[in-house]
Design a protein around this ligand. Structure first.
Ligand SMILES: Cc1ncc(COP(=O)(O)O)c(C=O)c1O
Length: 491
């Protein structure tokens, strides 16, 4: 099919691309309705992350979110949106929680900042102890960061430093999974398994090794369920056991669309790591703080990591905060004599951030938000599964309040959309249309095309009904559009 024919036939003709992922654009508010000043200043000065900024122009407004309350946010025109993504898997407690702001203000008034380099302060001490009380097993030592990439970066460095401290000098490699997102700083990016994010910045930190993920949607029934776990052992042996420092895995993998582990996957991985002296890092930047129904995602699947990396929901994202949580055995070599982990960030353990982290745990405990997720995730899943009758819905997967719907061209064969189709489907239609109808969620094709949902943990039946009430007509129209595109291109 010639490109020009396709363009003419393309039902999206005239719509501009706006973003590399889910952000709405073409159907966002018309600039005429938007306060001119903010739009102009945003276009002239704000460098938006992972965004095709050239797509915003006089006809396509930057979506400006000004206020939030509960599961909802409001744009600068006062229009309300259901935040089906918790901002970016972050705002676990929901929007507009004044007590989190009050905790920040009280701490800033008392001690606005002091560092954790050789000094300590009460909020960091209290939060570290509180986290240690919630983690499974011996994960008792907390190294604070400002976000997820810093936590991953720190975990990899600590894994290397730990092996060296024990005289194992050559272990530097980090094994992670294809399509997994572990952040974008150079070390974390080396763990990230998404070629389009990596290639522009190569060469990356040496030692990133990638193995298959647990997406079983297209696996043959004959395939051994634990083959992806066993692939980790093959990679360790292939790389040379004495060169591998750690394996980093998310409990439920975000990149590619909420891949859950097979029964026994993490137990097998734990055995493999133990057999080869390799550390297991559970990257829970998304999957902790109730997102999948437990304080920490590893609890859901019953495995004990050597380290956990976390961020986002730790403060419900009211302030930037992340952490690397290490087992006692990992910390032990650094607690003696003159040894130290020669690594740190000025803002790691910022007192204002830690005060908000403490207030966030108080709130989550008081309202039992992990319990709310466990109580309602079945309903959420059932309602999303209810969309499976649509021809475009190939798979629904995930855990807790973290689910993805995979969109397919052919349900029977599970054929996916090609790049051009996916581009139109996601950025030419879905993201804008969903936003126009008042739902923020993520449309993504870093793997196969998906719509991803991750609402605040206070959500329940009413919000799920609203989500599905918007998704159904929009996915129905998406199906029809893709069908007519296919027939036109076949003609
Ligand atoms: C599993 C995982 N690790 C690391 C990161 C990086 O976190 P940040 O964006 O805070 O640097 C993310 C971000 O989404 C993530 O999902």
């Amino acid at each position: 099919m010639a490109g020009s024919d396709l363009n003419e036939a393309n039902p999206a003709a005239g719509l501009a691309d706006t973003s590399d992922s889910w952000a709405p654009g073409p159907s966002g508010p018309a600039v005429a309705e938007a306060p001119d000043r903010l739009q102009r200043l945003a276009r002239e000065h704000l460098w938006m992350h992972f965004t095709r900024m050239g797509s915003y122009d006089a006809d396509h407004a930057v979506p400006v979110i000004v206020r939030g309350e509960g599961c909802y946010v409001y744009d600068e025109n006062g229009k309300r949106y259901l935040d089906g993504l918790s901002a970016l898997y972050c705002v676990n407690a929901g929007h507009g929680r004044a007590e989190l702001g009050e905790a920040a203000a009280a701490q800033a008034a008392k001690l606005g900042f002091y560092t954790n380099w050789s000094y300590a302060h009460p909020p960091a001490i209290e939060l570290a102890a509180r986290i240690a009380g919630l983690t499974p097993g011996n994960l008792n030592r907390v190294f604070f960061t400002s976000g997820g990439s810093e936590a991953v970066e720190s975990a990899w460095k600590l894994a290397k430093a730990y092996h060296r401290a024990r005289g194992d000098m050559n272990r530097y490699k980090l094994i992670s999974r294809n399509l997994a997102y572990h952040g974008v700083s150079m070390g974390a990016l080396s763990a990230t398994g998404l070629p389009p994010l990596r290639e522009p910045f190569e060469p990356l930190t040496p030692g990133g090794v990638h193995v298959p993920n647990t997406n079983s949607y297209r696996w043959s029934e004959q395939r051994d369920e634990l083959w992806a776990a066993d692939a980790i052992e093959e990679a360790i042996e292939f790389e040379g056991t004495d060169t591998v420092a750690a394996v980093i895995l998310e409990p439920v993998q975000n990149g590619g669309g909420c891949f859950t582990p097979q029964e026994g996957y993490f137990q097998r991985v734990r055995e493999i790591c133990d057999r080869h002296g390799v550390l297991l890092i559970s990257d829970e930047v998304i999957c902790s703080w109730g997102r999948i129904g437990h304080w920490f995602g590893c609890e859901r699947y019953g495995y004990q990591p050597d380290m956990i990396t976390t961020a986002k929901g730790i403060s419900s994202a009211y302030v930037p905060l992340g952490a690397l949580i290490a087992g006692d055995h990992i910390a032990e070599p650094f607690l003696q004599g003159k040894s130290s982990f020669v690594h740190g960030f000025t803002f790691g353990g910022h007192p204002v951030a830690c005060a908000v982290g403490l207030a966030n745990i108080d709130l989550m405990e008081r309202e039992d938000l992990p319990g709310n997720v466990r109580a309602n995730e079945g309903l959420f899943r059932e309602m999303l599964d209810g969309l499976r009758d649509l021809p475009i819905v190939g798979d629904v997967r995930g855990a807790g309040y973290f689910h993805a719907i995979e969109l397919v061209k052919d349900k029977e064969t599970k054929e996916t959309f090609d790049d051009e189709e996916s581009e139109y489907l996601l950025r030419g239609f879905l993201s804008g249309e969903l936003y126009k109808r008042g739902l923020i969620c993520r449309t993504d094709d870093r793997g196969d095309p998906i719509v991803q949902l991750s609402p605040p943990l206070i959500a329940g039946r009413a919000e799920f009904e609203e989500i599905v009430g918007i998704l159904r007509p929009v996915l129905t129209e998406a199906s029809e559009r893709m069908e007519s595109w296919s027939s036109l291109s076949r003609a």
